[in-house]
Design a protein around this ligand. Structure first.
Ligand SMILES: [Zn+2]
Length: 362
């Protein structure tokens, strides 16, 4: 175990570049955390070739499947032969979604496992232990997942409970992020931030921002939260965002962003082009005899191998997993390259212009 080290290397207004180092692994930020089950879809070499250096994988689902013998799985870096950064997802939102109102306890959340029907109790201490045994590089504190638009009293109770649970990860505080909750309410979010600061954790996990939030509300809340965070600490946004929201988050000064966009698009037969700002729906008929590669400028394995749109169309319409893999590699490469261009734009103090141009070319 080693202490998480994060250094900001450059700022352009609120956007910043940084270097994150932990357990001998290193990631330049802003960066994406691939959260579309990539470890289970690509080989370590394929994943490495996309340039992605951080992934998130399920903790709750593994615990539901293996229960008290989860530790026998060991470190997932070893299991998947993955040498990049690893986040183990607590999926508290899923657990609370499955729980009945009386399942919300002061020491965790009780719900029936949808697969086996068994009653399970997902608790902060268990969640930390699962992150430890599965080899997470960065730990996350447990949060009481509450609906973004829930009544104020419910959100208040969620903040209090989440703050109380920070004590569970204090033993790992040099490598742990504290959950910031409170729906869309500024005062509650502020109370949450203060509690994480008091606990002396290494950074923030901006929780409870749902993926169906509309763009203006997303922009409001993210720009309200980030100026209140300690400048030198790491900011992680574990939400499945749209392309535009991803850019808004980076402009607001977020360092690590979950993204399942590449995987979601690949599963739908869609290739991201134009730095991720537009898409080719390769399942459509007019690609049937298109001999061009997805993108002539692209240096990904799929485009470099010369695989045509016609081949991808044929694989996708035959529901071939190989077709999905080829698209996933291209999409991850494209989004990872976008992050690298954004870091360059921040270093050149051109972030806003870069983002505006990108959005205009959609
Ligand atoms: Zn490509």
């Amino acid at each position: 175990m080693s202490k998480l080290e994060f250094t900001i290397t450059q700022s352009d207004e609120r956007a910043r570049t940084g270097l994150l180092q932990v357990n001998g692994r290193q990631v330049e930020t802003p960066a994406l955390v691939a959260s579309g089950d990539e470890l289970e879809k690509l080989s370590p070499l394929q994943l490495k070739q996309t340039g992605i250096r951080a992934v998130k994988t399920s903790g709750l689902k593994r615990w539901l499947k293996y229960d008290s013998v989860t530790e026998k799985l060991g470190d997932l870096h070893q299991l998947f032969q993955w040498d990049g950064l690893l986040f183990v997802d607590l999926e508290t939102e899923e657990a609370y979604r499955l729980a009945k109102p009386r399942g919300k306890k002061h020491d965790g959340v009780r719900f029936h496992d949808p697969t086996t029907g068994q009653l399970k109790f997902w608790q902060p201490a268990t969640a930390l232990q699962i992150q430890e045994v599965l080899g997470a590089d960065i730990f996350q504190s447990f949060d009481q997942a509450t609906d973004y638009y829930a009544p104020v009293d419910d959100l208040k109770a969620g903040v209090k409970q989440t703050n109380d649970w920070l004590s569970v990860v204090v033993s790992q505080k040099e490598q742990a992020l504290g959950s910031i909750v409170g729906g869309g309410l500024r005062d509650l979010r502020t109370a949450s931030i203060e509690a994480v600061d008091e606990a002396g954790l290494s950074g923030y996990r901006l929780s409870g921002i749902p993926n169906n939030l509309d763009d203006p509300e997303f922009s409001r809340i993210i720009n309200e939260i980030t100026p209140k965070l300690a400048e030198q600490k790491l900011r992680y946004l574990p939400a499945a965002l749209s392309f535009d929201q991803m850019l808004v988050a980076i402009l607001a000064g977020v360092d690590l962003i979950d993204s399942n966009l590449a995987a979601k698009k690949a599963a739908n037969g869609t290739a991201l082009v134009n730095q991720g700002a537009s898409a080719l729906h390769l399942d459509r008929e007019h690609f049937r005899f298109d001999s061009q590669v997805i993108d002539r400028q692209c240096a990904c394995i799929t485009c470099q191998a010369g695989y045509s749109r016609a081949l991808l169309h044929s694989l996708i319409t035959n529901h071939s997993f190989y077709g999905e893999q080829l698209l996933l590699q291209h999409n991850l490469f494209t989004l990872n390259k976008l992050m690298s261009s954004l870091r360059q734009a921040i270093k050149n103090y051109q972030t806003k212009n870069f983002v505006q141009e990108l959005l205009q070319n959609q």
